[in-house]
Write a protein that binds this ligand. Sequence first.
Ligand code: SF4
Ligand code: SF4
Ligand code: SF4
Length: 381
Amino acid sequence: MVTPKKDKRTTAEWLFLLLFYPAVLMFYVIYKYPHWVLPEGADLKTFHLVGKSPGFWYSTLYTLIVCGIALWVLIANKNRYQRSKKKNPLSKYQRAKFTSILFVQLIGFYFVPYILPALNQDGGFFNDPGKLGAKSAHVYVYPAFQSWGVGIYLFIVIPVAVWFFGKRYCSWFCSCGNLSETIGVLPWGSKWVRLHTPRGKTAQKLEVMQIYVLCFSVIFGLLLFFDGIALFSSKNLISVVQSTQDLIIDFFFGAIVGIGAYPILGTRIWCRYGCPLAQGMKLFGKFSKSRFAVQPNQNCKGLGLCTQACPMGIDVASYAHIEKKPIEVKFGLSETPCIGCGGCIDVCPVDALQFVPIKGNQLAIISSEAESQSFTDLEST
Ligand code: SF4
Ligand code: SF4
Ligand code: SF4
């Protein structure tokens, strides 16, 4: 088994880290708590640049990074998970995934929420109102209790998607996941995933934290819902819970740890330990028996590269071999927090892993030769 080498960070990486943390912290303080840094009564437009709010610039930068990397992966057409210098072309699965990331981020998470409304606002495009913009918060689940649209999306559309595609929403669609997937294929990012993703039993046990965040979000959502129809709760209680959510979950866990921990704990800390939507998907997955899994085959040589490539800290190799003797134990959403990113499959030099659709309790195994066909098959099941 290949053991990960100790990380030797380069000077450029240290420089990046030294600038990165204060920048993330400063941006989020300004974004979430502008009055901490502004004098009493000051206009929020102080933070605007060329008439556009910090929220707009944050999303522009975020979208540029995600779409820029996705485009680079598609144009370069190289398997970014492979460890060898000579790389195979991008698999059809990864091509479809990065195409989805590119368009969903550009249209769904940028053009629709930030460009379209600004084109119709009073005073023109470069005249944002004096607020700092809202961050898409659907992953916190509680907005489903405030809006029918978000409710239908979270409680109907996503469970149906989980039934068909497992948690691939997290690696193909979600805005937070789009950043993790794209950073995760850059040289530094893949090193952070390989060397710093928490693995082992304790790291897995700690994933229980996500259940508490989900409970908090649902209770908060119910408080908001009942407050809306004036049945229960006081404004004070709501605002205390809102502040707790804003400070501890959104600001500290989602932003500072969620993004700031990339270089220290890999790219999916928020997705494994925080995101309530992920826990919801896991629960839906148990109920609906999500219909996709990862299946090892007899080719496995026990190299362990798949475990190192998994951003969700899953010990993929333990499903593929015991003391280098291949075993064939499939795993999916019921057993693991797998998000279907395909990294373990693409990193394996001997094609020992593949996605398989689950039909009822039966597995329909797709041969590795038919890998290019497998994605189409999966989509049509
Ligand atoms: S776990 Fe949550 S935040 Fe992460 S990609 Fe999935 S839905 Fe998005
Ligand atoms: S599945 Fe591939 S990468 Fe994983 S242990 Fe087996 S040979 Fe190594
Ligand atoms: S097990 Fe494989 S497909 Fe699932 S999250 Fe890990 S690397 Fe991605």
